[in-house]
Design a protein around this ligand. Structure first.
Ligand code: PLP
Length: 377
């Protein structure tokens, strides 16, 4: 059998090793050094954010957003059931309640109508996630949040550098969060960022990230010693990780071009197969904006999902399902609530198959995946 085609593999970018060597030879490998500064500047260009703080993970960026919004017991946050657990645990850690709503079946994104229905006098925020970098219905969600006077958090782990027309993903809500986990388009092993789009939160965000101290101001020479100011934790990224991230972000356009090439090959190569087999591909909408973070096939039923994954595995190709709905998961039942059964999240989750998609895939590997999928009936 030919070599296995893995599901995801980070692209090696040119400056990773030289940057790491620079950090290790310097006296500065803790956070907020020179590579944090250059990587942050690059991140602002890629996202269009005016303020960004590198963090140890997207999960920690979501935790910071909850702290900055002063979430507490009795408060509620509305979020999709079909998302990564970090968005929910960030709410529960503050003693607040996640309220799960359903998705729009055509995108996997939160359904704004359900957000509006789920609001109560206790709702403090809504967390959305741009699935695959496909923008949520921002007009609707922003309108709902503004009318209700609640904060919008964009979990933009899939949408780095993505757009919705003129708007840049991650910069529309009060907060946007990014992930640099090694399964994401740009990585540094583990890492993340908090984009802060409401300037009221900027100063406190620096304090929360630095163990509740004003060390960031001290380092800028704005105060002559740093002291404990507030609650917080250690959310800043090590310079070793920032060194890799800086190299990756410098290659952002190369990475995106390579991922888009794979995405487009799947869309071209699988369209007629999908029509013949009643499968819906992610590419069905030609106006779809996305970040080439993932490519999926929505199978007609759950048997089709496990069948295709098994079939590809037999050919040495790793495909994957995705999120298990949070409302029906053990912690979701224990900590959250939902108004009614979330059938679309369940249906999407039980039928979705993601194909291997990474920047270093060769044409031959892409072709093998396409042939493998096409041979499944
Ligand atoms: C990967 C991911 C996260 C978690 O990111 P970490 O950096 O691993 O904490 C959160 N939300 C979404 C949508 C993700 O895809």
């Amino acid at each position: 059998m030919p070599d296995e085609i893995v599901f995801s593999r980070p692209l090696r970018t040119p400056d990773e090793l030289p940057n790491l060597d620079t950090v290790l030879r310097s006296d500065h490998s803790h956070g907020d050094g020179p590579f944090t500064a250059t990587a942050t500047a690059r991140l602002k260009v890629v996202t269009g954010a005016s303020e960004a703080l590198l963090t140890t993970s997207c999960t920690h960026a979501l935790d910071m957003a909850s702290l900055l919004l002063d979430l507490g017991p009795g408060d509620e946050v509305v979020l999709p059931s079909f998302t990564f657990p970090s968005a929910a645990t960030a709410i529960v850690l503050r003693g607040a309640t996640p309220v799960f709503v359903d998705i729009d079946f055509s995108t996997g994104n939160i359904d704004p109508e359900q957000v509006a229905e789920a609001l109560t006098p206790h709702t403090k925020a809504v967390t959305v996630m741009h699935y695959g970098g496909v923008p949520v219905d921002l007009d609707a969600v922003v309108g709902i949040a503004e009318r209700a006077g609640i904060a919008l958090i964009e979990d933009n782990a899939h949408g780095l550098g993505g757009r919705d027309g003129e708007r840049r993903l991650g910069t529309v809500g009060a907060f946007g969060t990014q992930s640099f986990h090694d399964t994401k388009n740009v990585h540094c092993g583990e890492g993340g960022a908090l984009l802060i789009n409401d300037e009221r939160y900027v100063e406190r965000a620096e304090i929360v990230r630095e163990k509740g101290t004003n060390r960031a101001r001290f380092l800028r020479g704005a105060v002559d010693k740093y002291t404990w100011q507030d609650v917080g934790s250690s959310y800043l990224l090590s310079e070793l990780n920032a060194a890799v991230l800086d190299s990756q972000l410098a290659s952002f356009d190369t990475i995106q071009a390579a991922r888009n090439r794979v995405w487009n090959a799947y869309a071209d190569g699988l369209g007629d197969w999908a029509d013949d087999t009643e499968v819906r591909l992610m590419s069905d909408d030609p106006n779809l904006e996305h970040t080439a973070h993932l490519f999926y096939a929505l199978m007609p039923d759950h048997e089709g999902q496990s069948g295709l994954i098994q079939h590809l595995r037999g050919l040495g190709i790793r495909a994957a399902f995705h999120y298990v709905p949070l409302d029906s998961s053990p912690a979701g039942r224990r900590f959250g609530r939902t108004a009614h059964p979330l059938d679309r999240s369940e249906g999407f989750s039980s039928r979705l198959v993601r194909l291997p998609l990474w920047a270093g895939m060769t044409d031959a590997q892409v072709e093998r995946v396409i042939e493998g999928v096409r041979s499944y009936r």
